[in-house]
Ligand binder design. Structure first.
Ligand code: R5P
Length: 265
């Protein structure tokens, strides 16, 4: 692996081999999502606790201070919306020159395996990998399910993750599943990070699945709504960080969350 690629990956994945990526890219198809109406304000208090931030070029340019020293994972696929015909019909929306100009540490895009647009999104991934590898930029593939959240079974996720890695993704982001998540990770030859999905009922549920996913081999998370849509985003991200980087159990993380919430820490 060339120096540039190694250097970028080492900014994203920390010396302990773990990573907490914070995505605020949801507006690219959801518009001004709840609690992300002003992305820069949402991000500010959370930034110190994230290892990298995932977002689009528009939010990066307009809402993030360029002097900030935090690796950027640039979302470079899109072209669909919540009210459009099919969320899977994505194209690559950002050129390689723009990825370099914005000094991204990685580029990221969605694949929609099993959808009508499977071939299109998978060949998009292969082409993005070709372009990015030329410049030592890692690609993180996102195994997306659109609105069909019930698709998140181990069998399906393992299929998606493996295909993404085979096409050249250096990191794969996927959903957690209770049954057989270890098979998803084991079948994928590159590091796997867990996405959060829609906000859960309780905070404990998030700590439980992050902890379990890490035990089963994930290197960390790329988790958004279950941080910044919660009532106490800083407490949530600090507790999740403790699971990822300090080996906290889910219960210990919840205790930490409660203490930060109560202003004791
Ligand atoms: C999709 O909207 C984005 O790619 C998000 O980055 C991804 O879904 C992770 O965010 P969340 O934890 O909110 O699902």
């Amino acid at each position: 692996m060339d120096w540039g690629m190694k250097n970028r990956l080492s900014r994203l994945i920390q010396p302990d081999g773990k990573a907490l990526f914070l995505p605020i890219d949801h507006g690219y198809f959801q518009g001004p999502t709840t609690k992300l109406e002003k992305p820069g304000e949402t991000l500010k208090p959370l930034l110190p606790y994230a290892d990298a931030v995932m977002l689009t070029r528009g939010v990066l340019r307009n809402c993030v201070d360029p002097t900030v020293n935090k690796p950027i994972i640039l979302r470079v696929s899109g072209g669909t919306s919540m009210v459009g015909e099919d969320l899977a019909n994505e194209a690559i929306t950002t050129s390689i020159e723009e990825i370099i100009r914005l000094n991204a540490s990685a580029a990221s895009m969605s694949i929609f395996v099993g959808s009508k647009y499977e071939h299109q999104t998978l060949t998009n991934l292969a082409k993005l990998v070709d372009a990015c590898e030329n410049y030592g930029i890692p690609v993180m593939a996102v195994t997306a399910v659109g609105k069909e959240l019930e698709k998140r079974t181990a069998r399906y996720l393992a299929l998606c993750c493996r295909i993404a890695a085979e096409l050249g993704a250096r990191v794969v982001k996927t959903y957690y599943c209770e049954e057989g998540f270890e098979k998803v990770v084991d079948g994928c030859p590159v590091p796997v990070v867990i996405a959060g999905g829609p906000k859960t009922e309780t905070q404990q549920e998030v700590f439980d699945f992050v902890y379990d996913g890490m035990q089963k081999g994930a290197i960390g998370v790329n988790l958004g709504r279950n941080i910044w849509q919660t009532e106490h985003p800083v407490a949530a991200i600090r507790a999740i960080r403790a699971i990822i980087h300090e080996n906290y159990t889910a219960k210990e993380a919840n205790d930490l969350y409660e203490q930060i919430k109560a202003g004791k820490l």
